[in-house]
Design a protein around this ligand. Sequence first.
Ligand SMILES: Nc1nc2c(ncn2[C@@H]2O[C@H](COP(=O)(O)OP(=O)(O)OP(=O)(O)O)[C@@H](O)[C@H]2O)c(=O)[nH]1
Ligand SMILES: [Mg+2]
Length: 367
Amino acid sequence: MSPTSYQLLHPAMWVPLSLQSSHDLDQQRTANVHKLFACANSLTCFHKGKRTFGLPTSPPVTDNQPLPSSEIPDDHRAGFVNIVGSPNVGKSTLMNRLVGERLSIINAKAQTTRHRIMGIVNDDAYQIVYSDTPGVLDPAYKLQEGMMKFVKTALQDADVLLVVTEVNEEGMAHPETLEKIAAMDVPTFVLVNKIDLATDQTAVEAKLDAWAAKLPRASVVPISALHNFNVDTLLERIVAQLPQSPPFFPKDELTDKPMRFFVSEIVREKILTHYKQEIPYSCEVVVEAYEDAPDITRIRAEIHVARESQKHIVVGAQGRMIKRVGMDARKDIEAFLGKKVFLDLYVRVDKNWRDDERKLKRFGYID
Ligand SMILES: Nc1nc2c(ncn2[C@@H]2O[C@H](COP(=O)(O)OP(=O)(O)OP(=O)(O)O)[C@@H](O)[C@H]2O)c(=O)[nH]1
Ligand SMILES: [Mg+2]
């Protein structure tokens, strides 16, 4: 299937254009439907098996030093495949899809991702170290400056770059970043996401051509991260671009981040869902205590807000709002950990933490 072959049909009907006979079409449709259901499952239940979270032995992201090993074949491929793009275009949805785990939180609100989050895909023949990054923007406060440093590093250490845009986006929200990408000399894919929302095939073709003109060395691929369209093809093409190298991380490792990070992100995801306007952007979640007993995990997390008035909104009348956040988060954390969880949430006012360097250091946004 050519990477740009697609039809603008209902997702379950997507078929490669090269298939001609009705038998082929039926088989492909069945396969697509199965794929859609498989995807839905993989995003709601978290099968981690023996995969490891944030080993203390992980090399720092920027070191890029392969692990020495005598058992690795000479033609083994490994590399950093970094995902960048404007806010809300579907970078995290794509990363989760490519890794097969729900590592990054996803929300319809922009600026959901604040950190660089690595997701590692291992095979005997290769290791792909994906990085999800915050959406590029002009920083308005120090927290956003920290977020943009993650993007800057990801642009510097990429072996392969995945530039995500969406079908309705013209250019990129941050033109300077696009200029930087155009000047880079690494294999680049422009992924025109949310192709399922397109209704006009000619307009889509024009959009793909416009991207090919903007980044002539890049491959432009229409995808739907949400509906898993063209993502498998993409995987094969990414592997083909990886440099020959031993793995960078142990082969059972899934991510560089510890379990506590994912727990705090799940709570933040519920804050994004339950509150409006500036509240989600003024909250930071920190896991203060994490106690793992055989039958239950006890977690105490603090929600830091920037102003006293925000504390009242987050807590809500008779504590109803925070209770809803806690209940929703607990359910997802239980599914994530695969065991019972007791979750205790507190709200603390941390005046203007988004511009406080000491706090931002503690929260891991700056060095
Ligand atoms: N229709 C459609 N929606 C999608 C697709 N991919 C992602 N979305 C939706 O787009 C919204 C944003 O997705 P995210 O993955 O959080 O986007 P992001 O680029 O990581 O956003 P930031 O972290 O805020 O920069 C969510 O509501 C997703 O469900 C897609 O292929 N089709
Ligand atoms: Mg994101």
